[in-house]
Design a protein around this ligand. Structure first.
Ligand SMILES: Cc1ncc(COP(=O)(O)O)c(C=O)c1O
Length: 402
């Protein structure tokens, strides 16, 4: 057994990031400045989007994307129930109603189910690229286009993920990314919005900084001017150069992080695929999965313990784990305010009951990965239900054998 606890997640910060932060602190540019601009340019280039707007979180990125669309009181926005609360809360902050929908077996928003939830008040659908795998974007784009509504992607888990040969960030009207500490690349806290629409980009930049026509960089730099106008009551969501210092180097290392994530996912897959007690994530066609999460699904019919006991057993073996997510319809706030109940979301319920997210991050050593595999195998071996022997005469295979 491991001597030291393996945390569920840890970021991988290198000397380059540290030196770049120190350089920003020494330079005097500690708020939005030249490094934010460079980070935005490199991020746009990486994703292939025309514009990238750096903000202080993915929550802000989602909020601004919906605000730029004009979402407000009386409007509805379709959101999957299997997500972090931020995806729905930003809708509520704008005075609109989040309409929760169920997900498919991979935890993704299904175009058919999303279409059924669209009504006359719907302004947008907000699919979540759950665990680092893209939703069926072709299907969702068709749904959005045919109903004349916007597709805003929650790509908090999916920086670097690919759908139909294109990186996430170029499909919907806006795509929101997270650089929170646990994400595939981090700036501590931070986020980015990509869009290929010029007008939306201009509006997003303004809304992210009080509605002002000129940010600090364009006022205080040598080439700047003191004059600005407030064109609407915006927000204070800008990213700082200290955050961008970390982001610039994380972005340059992102492909190596993704390669390591995929390698670890491959090792889990090879180790667990013959276990009838576990269902593993599936990489769908036309996708490159970036494995932000590795949720294994416990088959309750095959195991004598449930999800919570499984996580406790992992902890006893010095392995951290988590659950993604407690579906939104299970939280008292959304139940009380909107009247959601469990039977409306059968797949999310099933996933929630069985899901355990195993640790998977580039900082893990091969030894750490071995320890996770050994712990999972040990728990399954100790808690598997005895298989029920089927008498030969009634075995379906015996009946069809010739
Ligand atoms: C699916 C999803 N959306 C949005 C967010 C919010 O991201 P941030 O913490 O950057 O605001 C998260 C964060 O965990 C998330 O998992």
């Amino acid at each position: 057994m491991r001597k030291q606890f393996l945390p569920y997640c840890l970021p991988l910060i290198g000397e380059e990031e540290i030196e770049e932060v120190v350089d920003s602190l020494r330079s005097g540019w500690v708020t939005t400045g030249p490094k934010v601009k460079r980070f935005e340019e490199e991020f746009a280039q990486y994703t292939g989007a025309r514009h990238a707007i750096a903000v202080n979180s993915c929550t802000s990125a989602l909020h601004l994307s919906l605000a730029a669309l004009g979402v407000g009181p009386g409007d509805e926005v379709v959101v999957p129930t299997l997500t972090f609360c931020a995806t729905a809360n930003v809708v509520i902050h704008l005075g609109a109603r989040p309409v929760l929908v169920d997900v498919d077996a991979e935890g993704l928003m299904n175009p058919g189910i999303a279409a059924q939830a669209i009504g006359p008040a719907t302004k947008a659908i907000v699919p979540v690229h759950f665990a680092g795998q893209a939703c069926d974007l072709r299907g969702l784009e068709d749904v959005a286009r045919s109903h004349g509504i916007a597709l805003i992607e929650d790509a908090a888990h999916a920086v670097g993920a690919v759908y139909a040969g294109k990186k996430i960030g170029t499909h919907g009207r806006c795509t929101a990314f997270s650089f929170y500490a646990t994400k595939n690349m981090t700036t501590g806290e931070g986020g980015m919005i990509t869009t290929s629409d010029d007008e939306t980009a201009t509006l997003l930049r303004r809304l992210a900084l009080h509605g002002m026509s000129r940010d600090a960089w364009r006022r205080y730099a040598e080439s700047g001017s003191w004059y600005y106008e407030v064109q609407e009551a915006g927000y204070k969501d800008n990213m700082t150069d200290v955050q961008a210092s970390i982001g610039l180097h994380q972005l340059r290392r992102l492909d190596s992080f993704i390669a390591r994530r995929r390698e670890i996912a491959g090792r889990y897959e090879a180790a667990f695929r013959r276990f009838e007690e576990l269902e593993l994530p599936v990489e769908l066609p036309e996708r490159v999965h970036v494995y932000h999460l590795y949720p294994v699904r416990l088959k309750r019919s095959a195991l004598r313990i449930g999800r919570s006991e499984f996580i406790e057993e992992l902890k006893r073996r010095q392995i951290g784990a988590s659950v993604h997510f407690i579906p939104l319809h299970r939280h008292p706030y959304y139940q009380t305010r909107f009247g959601y109940c469990a039977r409306e979301f059968p797949m999310a319920e099933e996933l929630y009951e069985g899901y355990v997210s195993l640790p998977l991050y580039p900082r893990m050593t091969d030894g750490d990965v071995d320890d996770v595999i050994e712990a999972v195998k040990g728990i399954v071996a100790e808690h598997r239900r005895p298989s029920i022997a089927i008498p030969m005469a009634t075995h379906p295979a015996a009946m069809t054998a010739n």
